[in-house]
Design a protein. Structure first.
Length: 129
């Protein structure tokens, strides 16, 4: 049985959804208690580059850089590829919990939270973990 190849080009999903999901990286970082400087040091990427991804200013970050960010955040690389729009949820065989995270990321990313709101949400989610 042939397996479906994983695309290395973002899918044709709505660009705003992908941008919103990438902006959710900030929430993932905050919930895990990492600063931009922490993630930059752990990934070998600049804090400015990571911040641009979080703000949605970099529309198609390369998969190899996403792999470094995933490692720095202790986050699933396949799920990060889903957030970036490179693969669909179904292609990763995501668990219901991981798919739920995608929905949460869509909601958070599209909300345009300021730093105070993001910090409050991160603290609230951390308290419930």
């Amino acid at each position: 049985m042939a397996s479906t190849p994983v695309s290395v080009v973002p899918s044709t999903k709505d660009a705003a959804i992908v941008r919103g999901r990438l902006e959710a990286l900030r929430m993932i970082r905050l919930v895990r208690g990492y600063s931009l400087k922490d993630v930059a040091g752990r990934s070998g990427l600049s804090a400015g580059y990571i911040q641009k991804i979080e703000r949605g200013e970099i529309k198609e970050p390369s998969p190899h850089r996403l792999r470094r960010i995933a490692g720095a955040l202790d986050y699933s690389y396949p799920q990060l590829l889903v957030l970036a729009g490179y693969v669909d949820d179904d292609a990763t065989g995501s668990s219901p919990e991981a798919k739920g995270l995608g929905v949460l990321c869509d909601a958070i990313g599209g909300a345009g939270l300021d730093d105070a709101e993001a910090g409050f949400l991160a603290a609230t989610l951390t308290a419930y973990r």
